[in-house]
Design a protein around this ligand. Structure first.
Ligand code: CAO
Length: 216
């Protein structure tokens, strides 16, 4: 982390995403047979939405191979690192091939992997070969932060806790659910305009059309 902070020119772009429809959908999920609520956290939807952004903006899914020659390697896989808070310290296992997995299986994998980290049952190889990392403090609190890039990756998405806010929406003030996000990126590889477009894409993927966006 010290090396990353001292050697990578970090810029953090903050954005507020309206996730009202997604939250209504998520909170309505129930088991058809038992009637019990199905627990899937917003993070799983964010992982899927992020992969769509990585496909559209491949430099976010890259690593600098040789800084002197400016050689950058674009990765063809979509392995998302998840920062897991454990009593043994922060661990960042990868959830692999997120593009090929559905919401339900990702939710299960996320829960299994974080439990393995917390019980120190995780294999070292789970920590290597990521596309991009998500650091979610959404279950804890806060509103924007500046996540440090998990080198050799070139960007990291920080997620804070969503809140209901009064905003001006479709010509009137109304209550919507707003998710604060903070995208830190390596300014040697990614320009500010590209980061802003990346966040716009993420907003669209998690916005009112999320069901269509995440299904393709
Ligand atoms: N907004 C509002 N609520 C949120 C939320 C968000 N962005 N993200 C999660 N929540 C809710 C969940 O829905 C869940 O609610 P219920 O208890 O009512 O079901 C609750 O918060 C707890 O979620 P969780 O934190 O257990 O689960 P997760 O899938 O969101 O996160 C994990 C999993 C492993 C990322 C998380 O447990 C964790 O370790 N977070 C800390 C990461 C960290 O320390 N980052 C800082 C690194 S330094 O840069």
């Amino acid at each position: 982390m010290i090396k990353s902070w001292n050697t990578i020119p970090h810029v953090t772009h903050h954005e507020e995403i309206d996730i009202t429809e997604l939250e209504n959908f998520r909170n309505s999920l129930t088991d058809r047979y038992t009637g019990e609520k199905i627990k899937i956290t917003p993070l799983v939807f964010i992982m899927k939405a992020l992969v769509i952004c990585l496909k559209k903006f491949p430099f976010f899914n890259s690593s600098i191979e040789d800084i002197n020659s400016g050689k950058v390697v674009k990765k063809k896989y979509f392995h998302i690192g998840i920062a897991v808070d454990t009593k043994h310290g922060l661990m960042v296992p990868k959830i692999r091939d997120v593009n090929n997995k559905n919401i339900k299986s990702l939710a299960k994998e996320l829960s299994d992997v974080s439990e393995k980290c917390r019980k120190l049952k995780i294999d070292k190889k789970e920590f290597y070969g990521g596309s991009m990392t998500i650091s979610s403090l959404g279950g804890i609190g806060g509103c924007f932060f500046t996540p440090i890039i998990n080198s050799p990756e070139v960007s990291i998405l920080g997620v804070s806790r969503s809140k209901k806010k009064q905003i001006f929406y479709k010509d009137k003030f109304t209550t919507r659910t707003i998710l604060p996000i903070s995208l830190s990126y390596d300014h040697r590889v990614i320009d500010g305009a590209e980061a802003a477009r990346f966040c716009n894409e993420l907003s669209e993927n998690l916005g009112d059309n999320f069901a269509y966006k995440l299904s393709i």
